[in-house]
Design a protein around this ligand. Structure first.
Ligand SMILES: [Zn+2]
Length: 123
């Protein structure tokens, strides 16, 4: 007599009070959790500095074809976060680009690109 009564109480007591309100929310949470688990986690690729990889000691300011990979279409020096160059080589690269600019091998501003017909700029 006592056992069936207890099971009845436990099944009926929480059901009318919480289920209508809590069930959709918990279902949605479970769904998003399931989606999050199934989606592959974003793992950023570690960029390796191309100069470190090639064991470059000196970045030559006369090597325009190399340097122009590291300036934008607006003639700005590309940030490290884009190119993956390490801090040490970025400093050397910046100096090399500035030297090349001084010798008019690379543009300072977009107007220079226009005037020179895009010398030192990727096509
Ligand atoms: Zn490096």
């Amino acid at each position: 007599m006592a056992e069936p009564k207890e099971t009845e109480v436990t099944t009926t007591a929480p059901a009318p009070a919480e289920e209508p309100a809590a069930a959709p929310a918990t279902a949605a949470v479970a769904q998003t959790r399931a989606r999050r688990q199934t989606r592959p986690k974003y793992v950023p690729k570690r960029k390796v500095c191309p100069f470190c990889r090639d064991k470059v000691q000196v970045i030559e300011y006369k090597n325009i074809s190399l340097l122009r990979n590291y300036i934008t279409d607006r003639a700005k020096i590309s940030p490290r976060r884009k190119t993956g160059v390490c801090a040490k080589h970025q400093r050397a690269l910046a100096v090399a680009i500035k030297r090349a600019r001084h010798l008019a091998l690379l543009p300072f501003v977009p107007a220079h690109i226009y005037k020179t017909g895009g010398v030192g700029i990727k096509e």
